[in-house]
Every structure is written in structure tokens, then in C-alpha cells.
Ligand binder design. Structure first.
Ligand code: KIV
Ligand code: ZN
Length: 509
């Protein structure tokens, strides 16, 4: 591997999916994995197969469908984890088992009650077992940034001796400072005698807002692989953001002198897809992919940018796939045009689904003159193919005003029959949700409701995300419509249908 090249390991589907309430269905995972392959990441960590059937299925599907990037499955240094990870990974063109064990004093004592020697033994046995299945084995000493240096160096050397091809140094709790983390990576490079036999990787969390800075400091000090997530999603405050690390390396190639394989023009599209499917909005001022990242508000700036964009733009918007002349669809667009646009957005639909989506597209196009990419993404987030619609919306009627009791009448189709209920509530959405509860009768609590306009303008599509809690599990529901009450009903119904689908034996979400 060239010293000037940095490998991008994406863990959106594993660590990213550990964001609270962000769980993805299996086919949603595949849609994201396909887009990550288009983005040209080098490795996709697709899940933690032993942790649930859904995780296993997600890895298995990515392993059998995705060509190009390595497909990675996570496993603790435990025989069963490694065996199950391999079972899920088997069909992959380029499989990799990623095995880990905690090495910091606090984790070893409190989690395992084991000594350094016992942990080292677990690591060696785990790597060897993984190696018996698969040539490519990654080893992570979890909580490396808080691990005693001498033990860290010893366990890394032992893991490489046991067959690890990638050594990943995680800052699991986002504790490190950039200079310190950079120095740690340099020390690992300089003092582990067999380090040249493995790729040195880093994995940083963002608890102090330093995940990207730490990752870049590590690259500056010899790291060859960066573990990142799209939009920086992930456990707690998240992981280092893919787009920020990649664009920093590209924009400051003068400083780092490193390249990646990433097709940066796919960045924005990937960000929007992940945000929509995970139900995690991107803050407007987020670096690279926020809606304001390339917006110039002040007159002085606008004037200068018109004269020469580089006065206030250090990157070109086109480099991340931001197009001012994006194709816009409308009422007269045909199925083919819609299909092609959806493919570019990461959705490859077979004919029956396309027909269904086309009908929904026409409904939106009838209400809105122009249908933008954001509208299509919102529409597609409604059409989660794997969520069997046990209940579907037939019609609704709302009575609301500032001097009346909000009342909703909702009709739902359930198999062959249509049922109807009416309810009053604190507002029209509350009334509609009460009517739905009466018909579907699932014990759920609404934890979170958010509404956003997908694009600008009065006729914008409204997109609603809800999170509902059922038997200790949080479920995400999405709905989009030019009518915000309809979007709200669809979102709630989507969450309830997902719960019901997961209750059917053999159906995994
Ligand atoms: O943050 C972490 O330590 C991890 C490991 C499993 C690599 O996610
Ligand atoms: Zn992590």
C-alpha cells in the first residue's frame, strides 16, 4: 500500500447505527451499502452479526450483494461471535472479520475482571480463530486511548503475530487530544516491531468534538486507514465524519500529502440518503454537507464570490455533488425519468415497486410544480419496501380551528376491509393519532415528533419523523406529504407497521 494513500473504512451501518433510535431495516441497510460502494469507500462495516438476527441478516445481505469494498463484520474475541460473523460474511467477495477486546485498565477490571495477560490471551485466540476462517482480520484494542502504553504495544504486536492484517486504535470514549492521539499513533508505528506487517487504522469518537481532529492528527502521524461514518452519526456524540475527514485531506493535500479513493461528488447524495433513512437531520451549519455550508449571506461575500469563488470558498460545491442545475421532475415526467433519477439517488427499483412509487410521485407532482431530489428522498423514505403495510391509510378528515375541538376521522385498510375511527385531541395530529391507536391498539408511547420542510417554498413537502416506544424498543417512523397532517399520519402508521412486521415470525427489522 502506498504511503500516500489513506483507506476509508465506513462504519455507518455498524457504529453509526448504534445512534439512539437510528435502527435500519435490512433493505435500508442494503440501499446505504450500495451508495457507500458508489462513494468508493474501501471497507463497509455492515454490522455485528451475533447481536441480533437483523444484524446477521444485514451483514449477510451486504456480503452477498456488494462488490468492490471489503465487507466487515464485528465480533468480540469470543468463539461464538467469530463463528457467527464468519457465517454472515461467507458470501462476500472480500470478507474481513473485525474482532475486539477492551484493553484499558478500567474496562479490563470492571467489565471483565481479567488481568492483562488474560486479555492478551483472549486477543490472540480471537485473531487466530478469525484467521482460521478469513485471510483479512482486523483487531481493535477497545479504549486504546486510555490503555497503558506498554500493554497496548504488547497486545498490538501479539495480534499481528497471530495474523491480524489491520490494527485499529480506537478512542472509544472520545477522550484524546489531537497532539496526544497523533503522538500515540507515532509511538505505535515506531515501537511495535512487526507493525509494517499490518495496516494501521484509527477510530475516533466525538465526545469532546475532536473526532475529526484526532483522526487527522493520526493520519499526520502515520495512520493508513480512517474509520468514519456518514454525517458523523454514531454512539453518543458520534464518530469522525467521513465527509469532513475526506474533504480535509483533499482540500489540504498540500499539508497532508494523502489521497483517498472516495468519489467526493457522491458525498452529498450519501449524506442525504443516510439522514433520511436514519431519521437524523443534518444541522444546517454542519461542515461540508449542511444546507448552509456553501451559502453566502453577506453582501460583501456574495459580491466577492461572484468575482472569484475562491475568495470565500475553499472547496468547490460541485466537488461534493452540490449542483445548482440539478434535474427537476414534474407532472409530465415519465416512469423512465423517475427511475433514472431514483437510481442516481441510490434506489434501484424493480418494476412493481416503481409503478407504486410512480403513483405516489404523480400525487406529489400534482400538488407541487417541481419535484426536487429532496422530495424524492422523502418519498422513498415513505416507501420502505420491507415494511409490510399491515394497515394502510385509506382516507382522513380533520376538523380543526382556534375555537373548535380538534377532531379526526381516519379510515384504514386492513387486508380486505376498511375500518374507521374518530377521536378528539389537543390538536389535529393528536386527534388523528388517537384515532389510529383505537384501530390498531398497540401499546406505544410517542417519544419524539419532528416536522421539517423538505425544500423551500409554500408548496414544500413536509416530512415527519416520529419515534415511538414499544416494549422497551424505540421505533422510527417516517412520512412525507405536501399536507403535514397526512405526513404525520403516515409517519405514525409507518412506525406501527414496523412494529407489527417485526412481530411476524421470520420477519426481521
Ligand atoms: O469505539 C470503539 O471502540 C469501537 C470498537 C468496536 C472498534 O467501536
Ligand atoms: Zn466506536
Amino acid at each position: 500500500m502506498s504511503q500516500d494513500h489513506i483507506l476509508v473504512f465506513d462504519t455507518t451501518l455498524r457504529d453509526g447505527e448504534q445512534s439512539p433510535g437510528a435502527s435500519l431495516g435490512v433493505s435500508e441497510k442494503l440501499i446505504i451499502a450500495e451508495q457507500l460502494a458508489r462513494l468508493r469507500v474501501d471497507a463497509i462495516e455492515a454490522g455485528f452479526p451475533v447481536s441480533s438476527q437483523a444484524q446477521f441478516d444485514g451483514v449477510r445481505l451486504a456480503a452477498s450483494q456488494i462488490k468492490g469494498p471489503a465487507i466487515v463484520a464485528l465480533a468480540r474475541c469470543i468463539d461464538k461471535d467469530i463463528d457467527v460473523a464468519w457465517e454472515a460474511l461467507k458470501p462476500a467477495q472480500r470478507p474481513r472479520i473485525h474482532t475486539f477486546v477492551a484493553t484499558s485498565k478500567i474496562h479490563m477490571e470492571k467489565k471483565f475482571r481479567k488481568s492483562e495477560d488474560e486479555i492478551l490471551e483472549m486477543a490472540v485466540a480471537g485473531v487466530k480463530r478469525a484467521k482460521s476462517y478469513c485471510e483479512d482480520v482486523e483487531f481493535s484494542p477497545e479504549d486504546s486511548a486510555r490503555t497503558g502504553l506498554e500493554f497496548l504495544l504488547r497486545i498490538v504486536e501479539a495480534a499481528i503475530k497471530a495474523g491480524a492484517t489491520v490494527i485499529n486504535i480506537p478512542d472509544t470514549v472520545g477522550f484524546a487530544m489531537p497532539e496526544q492521539f497523533g503522538a500515540l499513533i507515532r509511538t505505535v508505528r515506531e515501537r511495535v516491531p512487526n507493525i509494517h506487517k499490518a495496516i494501521l487504522s484509527v477510530h475516533c469518537h466525538n465526545d469532546l468534538g475532536l473526532a475529526v481532529a484526532n483522526t487527522l492528527a493520526a493520519v499526520h502521524n502515520g495512520a493508513q486507514q480512517v474509520e468514519v461514518t456518514v454525517n458523523g452519526v454514531g454512539e453518543r456524540a458520534g464518530n469522525a465524519s467521513l465527509e469532513e475527514v475526506v474533504m480535509a485531506l483533499k482540500t489540504r493535500v498540500d499539508f497532508y500529502g494523502k489521497s483517498t479513493n472516495i468519489d467526493t461528488r457522491e458525498i452529498l447524495r450519501t449524506s442525504k440518503l443516510v439522514s433520511t433513512l436514519m431519521g437524523i437531520p443534518v444541522q444546517p451549519n454542519k461542515a461540508i454537507v449542511g444546507s448552509n455550508a456553501f451559502a453566502h449571506e453577506s453582501g460583501i461575500h456574495q459580491d466577492a464570490v461572484i468575482k472569484d469563488a475562491t475568495t470565500y470558498e475553499i472547496m468547490s460545491p460541485q466537488d461534493i455533488g452540490l449542483q445548482s442545475n440539478a434535474i427537476v421532475l414534474g407532472r409530465h415526467s415519465g416512469r423512465h425519468g423517475l427511475k433514472m433519477r431514483l437510481m442516481e439517488l441510490g434506489y434501484n427499483l424493480p418494476a412493481p415497486e416503481l409503478d407504486h412509487v410512480y403513483q405516489r410521485f404523480l400525487e406529489i407532482a400534482d400538488r407541487k410544480k417541481e419535484v426536487f431530489d429532496e422530495d424524492l428522498l422523502a418519498l422513498m423514505s415513505n416507501e420502505t419496501m420491507e415494511t409490510k403495510e399491515t394497515w394502510s391509510l385509506a382516507y382522513f378528515h380533520i376538523l380543526s380551528g382556534n375555537q373548535t375541538v380538534p377532531t379526526a376521522t381516519v379510515g384504514l385498510t386492513h387486508g380486505e376491509e376498511t375500518v374507521q375511527e374518530a377521536a378528539v385531541g389537543d390538536g389535529p395530529v393528536d386527534a388523528a393519532y388517537r384515532a389510529l391507536d383505537r384501530m390498531i391498539n398497540l401499546p406505544v408511547t410517542l417519544q419524539d415528533y419532528s416536522l421539517r420542510g423538505v425544500t423551500g417554498g409554500k408548496d414544500a413537502l413536509g416530512e415527519v419523523f416520529v419515534r415511538v416506544r414499544h416494549e422497551g424498543v424505540t421505533w422510527l417512523g417516517r412520512g412525507a406529504s405536501t399536507d403535514i397532517i397526512e405526513a404525520s399520519i403516515r409517519a405514525y402508521l409507518h412506525a406501527l407497521n414496523r412494529i407489527l412486521a417485526a412481530q411476524v415470525p421470520g420477519k426481521h427489522e
